[in-house]
Ligand binder design. Structure first.
Ligand code: GLY
Ligand code: MN
Ligand code: MN
Length: 464
């Protein structure tokens, strides 16, 4: 993990006199003010559930290490999702930490192994650019983490010996275990729902920032980047990061589903598709899309497509309640999509014919699914089995997206000319309640008139 500095760079002095000088005359560290975090009780409950699923086992979950971007520079650290789920430790996680849950005895023993803070007398402190606190800032003490997370902590150096003494632990390399850990996250607890509401609130403000930045984007040669970075500023200012790379797609770029190069210009007659989500320090993320006219007003063609997608989204919302199958949501949305492309005369068969399993002509215009689970990962619960995911039954506390779209490529000869080069997606984040659902991202306007007036208010600086 730690690398040797290359020999052509300036060297940190390492003589005895220097060591004595740099180690002395530092203020005493302030006494700890660490308090137990709200997440601690939730994470403890999750660990209990895990032990019930895998009784008598020794379980090991790694936070993972820093990833190299180039040579000796690294990406921003993001711990493994399962590690965060079972510790409650998010963006501040010390890289390479390891959680051990030992369920072999009647009373489960949980231990967290991490790299402790190095004393000022150590050479690591000032001479190690990768982990030295002179270079990277202070690490928490083992004592503080123990208080905050409510988990017994140990120096990571002790782990190797323990691993020699222990039987082979259960890890995410074990498929059955990885699947179970993913499926445990389907139903969110109260802490998770609260975090997701916060991520969505920040994302909502980020979308308003983007609306405000539209005139500047139109003036820029790379207007999509203006929108992307405007959103990023909000995500970093109020959250930890993006939950995924922002898609800022103007005009025909909106038809490219994962357009995140964002190198294009924004023309004032374009629709702009913004798919973006802020990830919090707890690592929960939003995943929202709005398709906004750069001019603030939809053209008749843009409006027709937009309202077709909105009708599909509303049809999906209408079926969501506990007890239905996850895939019923997609079926509700796609039936509207089939009807709409049939109305436009794009497909050679009726909507009813197209919807048959072997046909699916309408999928040319919406090739992706309508929904995915959302949480710590943007595509949450990704290792879950199909029978528990697509064919799973909705339960209160589940959070997922509803995100139908229509994408008419600029060179698609099946599409009338005036509709070509237009892509629309409307993506909301949805919580299943006892009786139906709540649109967690409903504060962002969805209807044509509401989008237009929200946009106009943002130009005047009267909307937040
Ligand atoms: N932004 C990725 C997705 O919508 O699934
Ligand atoms: Mn999504
Ligand atoms: Mn999205």
């Amino acid at each position: 993990m730690t690398k040797k500095a290359s020999s052509n760079r300036s060297r940190t002095p390492h003589g005895k006199k220097f060591l004595a000088f740099i180690s002395a005359n530092w203020e005493e560290k302030a006494p700890s003010t660490a308090k137990r975090w709200e997440v601690a009780d939730y994470a403890a409950k999750r660990r209990e559930e895990l032990v019930k699923l895998f009784p008598g086992k020794l379980i090991l979950l790694e936070a993972g290490g820093m990833k190299v971007r180039a040579n000796d520079t690294e990406y921003r650290f993001r711990p493994d999702t399962a590690f965060t789920y079972f510790t409650g430790w998010g963006s501040e996680t010390v890289p390479d930490s390891v959680l051990v849950i030992d369920g072999r005895k009647k009373k489960t023993k949980t231990q967290l192994f991490l790299r402790p803070t190095a004393g000022r007398e150590s050479t690591e402190f000032f001479a190690n650019p990768m982990i030295g606190e002179f270079w990277t800032g202070p690490r928490p003490t083992l004592e503080d983490i123990e208080v905050q997370l409510g988990i017994e902590t140990h120096d990571i150096k002790k782990l190797d010996k323990k691993l020699k003494d222990w039987p082979k632990p259960l890890t995410l390399k074990n498929e059955k275990f990885a699947v179970a850990v993913s499926e445990m996250r389907f139903v969110k607890d109260a802490y998770e729902i609260d975090q997701m509401r916060k991520a969505i609130e920040i994302t909502t403000r980020g979308f308003a920032d983007v609306a405000k930045a539209m005139p500047r984007a139109i003036r820029s040669a790379q207007g999509e980047r203006v929108l992307e970075t405007t959103f990023f500023a909000r995500a970093r200012e109020e959250g930890y990061d993006l939950g995924y790379e922002t898609i800022a797609a103007s005009g025909a770029h909106a038809c490219i589903l994962h357009w995140n190069k964002n190198t294009g210009a924004v023309n004032k007659n374009d629709l702009v598709l913004l798919d973006a989500g802020c990830e919090l320090d707890s690592l929960y993320t939003a995943d929202i899309t709005r398709t906004i006219p750069a001019s603030g007003k939809f053209s008749p063609e843009q409006k027709w497509i937009y309202e077709a997608v909105l009708e599909a989204a509303d049809a999906a919302f209408a079926v969501v309640k506990p007890g239905i199958k996850f895939r019923d949501i997609h079926n509700a949305a796609i039936a509207v999509i089939a009807k709409k492309v049939s109305e436009l005369g794009l497909i050679p068969v009726s909507a009813e014919e197209a919807l048959k399993e072997d046909n699916q002509h309408h999928r040319r215009y919406m090739v992706h699914g309508t929904s995915h689970h959302l949480g710590l990962d943007v595509h949450d619960c990704a290792q879950a089995r199909r029978e528990h995911y697509q064919d799973g039954i909705l339960k209160p506390g589940m959070v997922f997206t509803i995100e139908p779209g229509l994408y008419f490529h600029a060179d698609d000869l099946t599409v009338p000319k005036q509709y070509r080069g237009i892509g629309v997606r409307i993506e909301d984040n949805v919580l299943v309640t006892e009786t139906g659902c709540e649109n967690l991202s409903g504060a962002l306007p969805r209807k044509v008139a509401a989008v237009e007036s929200w946009f106009a208010a943002n130009q005047l600086g009267v909307a937040g």
